[in-house]
Design a protein around this ligand. Structure first.
Ligand code: GLN
Length: 187
């Protein structure tokens, strides 16, 4: 499986490495032509307002909304939503989901914890949260995969997998494998 990593801003290298360890061929994606032949793409964490602006500048908005399977982490999750709990900024709107940015508050800007993810099997996954969002509402067609203290931190809608945290910053590759094997393969 060839999986791209959107390489405009944010945690790109860590995802490339994680995808490789999970058994995929990672590719950096900077422009629409880089999407040719890919089975899926990761939108990394970073600053969602910046990535959203660059998507338009690089002409990537339309090709990323064309059904290619997507895994979005943190800022990537925000971009996949079709609305924000507060404020406005460019989004891809791939999933019927409302998201709140920087939603864990100042006391919990950055933390690591274990999260039980439905469908993964085995132990909960270690999850790094960095100024993380969470979903405040999921549409009827969106599957809830994980909650933390009653907040939605992982969800799936068909070929789209949204994670509020950073699986690429731990050594556990189950979520990258899940994306490659279950989400992208069926997309
Ligand atoms: N707080 C960032 C945003 O709103 C996301 C942080 C991250 O991706 N680690 O875009």
């Amino acid at each position: 499986m060839r999986i791209g990593v959107l390489d405009l801003q944010g945690a790109v290298r860590e995802h490339m490495h994680a995808l490789e360890e999970a058994g995929a061929e990672p590719r950096s994606v900077k422009r629409p032509a880089d999407l040719a032949g890919l089975d899926g793409i990761v939108i990394p964490g970073g600053e969602s307002t910046t990535i959203g602006m660059l998507l338009d500048e690089y002409g990537l908005r339309a090709p990323l909304s064309d059904g290619i399977p997507v895994m979005g982490t943190c800022a990537g999750m925000i971009l996949m939503a079709n609305r924000l709990a507060e404020g406005e900024q460019p989004l891809l709107g791939l999933m019927d989901m409302e998201v709140a940015r920087n939603a864990f508050g100042r006391q919990r800007e950055s933390f690591e914890t274990d999260v039980a993810v439905r469908g993964l099997g085995g132990e909960p996954v270690p999850a790094v949260f960095i100024r993380a969002p969470y979903a405040t509402r999921l549409g009827a067609g969106v599957e809830l995969l994980a909650e933390l203290d009653g907040r939605i931190v992982a969800a799936r809608q068909g070929p789209y997998l949204a994670l509020a945290f950073h699986p690429e910053l731990t050594a556990d590759r189950r979520l990258h494998r899940y994306f490659i094997e279950e989400v992208a393969r069926s997309g």
